[in-house]
Design a protein around this ligand. Structure first.
Ligand code: ATP
Ligand code: MG
Length: 589
């Protein structure tokens, strides 16, 4: 049987096509002679090294120009996940070849994010954390080698002229009048570019491929430009910088990457990727096997934006409190919101890896979190919209312990005690003066169970001048305590939660809603900013059961009947701040 083409594999394994490709590559022993010296470098650097012990090498190559978002998490799970599954290595590479907008602050955050998701760039004794800016010298040499082999030239057309002469999808481009300069002339001009003799934009180095190519990316793409800018790592050492499309394949090759996985926008760049690496192999700077690029569909998530540039705008224009605002789809925001690495993993497993661009419903992400948090979180009680409940026949000084399981499906997590007293806090919604149909909770004359406590009979209520109920009165039935023989003697349909007003702990809770009002921000409006939901944050004061008095940042619980919550980093001894991660059910309208 003939080996499967990439096309066949895509069709057979739509949700897993990259694994299909790797399986086939390994079966064909594609890397059995691949040498790796333990650090990135050219052909000569690896020539005498041992065979690479990593069965495959992938990389996650963020540009440190912003904080990572949930889309990046998909790429992290994919690249690091493949390396883990195939006994390979995944490199963390900062793609910092663009001197502007890059910053060490972002580098540190990205390192944290990758670790938080549970991955490491270590393989055996290798560190595998790299900066593309460390390869500037090699990239420069690669450019020189292309000039010498007649595959690159310095173009002095204006940016405008270059654009005009590039042609269109339906018409061929025109050769630059500078295209046929001699190698010597190109070398000396490129030297002058590097030496800083020319201002930004005065000239560019271009690959010499084919101005008539149907693929516009092959019409002599620019590979080096002049930019008198300081770089966050290399300082003022360079005033010429490689273009991304030139730098990226070289970075992959130097690091011995086998599978260079990127998003679909780069599909049309693949021919240039292959052209460039092959030229550098012929020029003996690189050795086979050369890396190959594979593209997958980027994650688009409804009700948020996944683009660093837009997320920067949200922060700078103060639509949110910062990068780690829990409404932000950044990984720092997600963490502060209470989304967990396990939940993100489940989410990315569910959406799969395919070639088809699509929008994923935000609910899919929330459902994944619910599923993971349901098993990982202990239960606690919190009253979010408190009104008083007074048990008139319960003595003022009396109090007793009620026992509540920490997890209803996992007895091994034990029970906690909650104190019952005469005065309690209950939810405003658990009482109605005039019950509507099928309302089984408190109303005058009705009986409900106080969860883990007694059955009570509602006897009356009090309200303020505006008619808002302030206090509800009831009497308890002494033989009906949960966990005792008499518990089942009275049947009730309603079961409400409560906390003792004597022992309750007040806290501030942030309730989050969608950051944008529409599924695809900006699709139908002039700007995505017009679609921001200005009611995406509501802050309330709540009453917590006494066991939450010592809650610490990052502690997560299910608040019974409400959802999943996490203690915020701004919590202090006298002010507890809690964020709602997700409600128990989807109630978005
Ligand atoms: P942005 O458009 O948000 O700035 P980017 O693609 O420019 O994203 P990079 O730092 O270049 O950001 O991305 C690092 C890696 O993450 C790339 O390999 C890229 O393909 C991947 N990536 C970025 N966004 C997504 C996404 N929405 N879904 C899947 N992968 C993504
Ligand atoms: Mg980018």
């Amino acid at each position: 049987m003939a080996p499967m083409s990439d096309r066949d594999i895509k069709e057979v394994l739509p949700s897993n096509f990259i694994r299909g490709i790797i399986d086939r590559n390994l079966n064909e022993n594609l890397y059995q002679n691949k040498r790796w010296s333990g650090s990135p470098g050219t052909a000569s650097h690896h020539a005498d090294a041992a065979i690479d012990r990593a069965k495959i090498r992938t990389r996650f190559p963020p540009e440190p120009n912003g904080y990572l978002h949930i889309g990046h998490a998909k790429s992290i799970f994919l690249n690091f996940g493949l390396a883990r599954d195939y006994e390979g290595a995944c490199h963390l590479r900062f793609d910092d070849t663009n001197p502007e907008k890059e910053d060490e602050e972002y580098v540190l955050s990205i390192v944290d994010n990758v670790k938080w998701l549970g991955f490491s760039w270590k393989f055996k004794n290798e560190e595998n954390l790299y900066y593309a800016s460390n390869y500037f010298t090699f990239m420069y040499e690669a450019a020189l080698s292309l000039i010498k082999s007649g595959d690159a030239y310095v173009d002095q057309q204006t940016a405008e002229e270059i654009r005009e002469n590039r042609g269109t999808l339906t018409s061929e481009g025109k050769n630059s009048p500078f295209r046929d300069r001699s190698v010597e002339e190109n070398l000396s001009l490129f030297e002058a570019m590097k030496a800083g003799h020319h201002p930004d934009g005065a000239m560019v180095l271009r690959a010499k491929i084919d101005m008539a190519s149907p693929n516009i990316n092959l019409r002599d793409p620019a590979i080096y430009r002049i930019k008198h800018a300081e770089h966050h790592r290399t300082g003022k050492e360079w005033c010429i910088y490689p273009m991304y499309t030139f730098a990226h394949p070289i970075e992959d090759a130097l690091e011995g990457i086998t599978h260079s996985i990127c998003t679909l926008e780069f599909e049309d760049q693949r021919p240039f990727y292959d052209w460039l690496l092959l030229k550098l192999e012929v020029n003996q700077l690189l050795a086979a096997p050369l890396p190959k690029q594979y593209e997958f569909a980027r994650l688009n998530l409804t009700y948020v934006v996944l683009s660093k540039r837009r997320l920067i705008e949200l922060v700078e224009n103060r639509y949110v409190s910062g990068w780690d605002d829990p409404r932000m789809p950044t990984l720092v925001g997600a963490k502060r919101r209470g989304y967990t690495p396990e939940g993100l993993k489940l989410f990315t497993d569910r959406i799969g890896v395919s070639k088809a661009d699509s929008w994923i419903d935000y609910v899919t992400l929330e459902d994944s979190m619910r599923e993971v948090l349901n098993s990982s979180c202990d239960r606690r009680v919190a009253v979010l919209d408190p009104i008083k409940l007074v048990i008139s026949n319960y003595p003022v000084e009396q109090e007793e312990e009620c026992f509540a399981p920490n997890h209803p499906q996992d007895e091994s997590r034990g029970k906690r005690t909650i104190k019952l007293t005469r005065e309690l806090w209950i939810e405003r919604q658990d009482f109605m003066i005039e019950p509507e149909k099928k309302y089984f909770r408190l109303y005058p004359g009705n009986q409900v169970r106080l969860r883990y406590g007694y059955v009570v009979n509602c006897t009356g209520y009090e309200s303020d001048e505006q008619g808002n109920v302030t206090t509800v009165f009831c009497e308890y039935l002494p033989d009906t305590k949960s966990g005792t023989a008499g518990a089942d003697s009275v049947k009730v349909k309603g079961n409400i939660h409560w906390v003792s007003s004597k022992y309750a702990v007040p806290a501030q809770v942030n309730l989050y809603d969608r950051l944008f009002k529409v599924e695809q921000p900006g699709l139908k409006s002039a700007s995505y900013l017009d679609d921001i939901n200005d009611k995406s944050l509501t802050t309330i004061t709540v009453q917590l059961e006494e066991n939450l008095a010592g809650i610490k940042p990052m502690d997560q619980f299910q608040f019974e009947r409400h959802g999943y919550f996490i203690c915020d980093q701004e919590t202090s001894t006298d002010n507890i701040v809690i964020n709602r991660t997700v409600t128990l059910r989807d109630n978005w309208k």
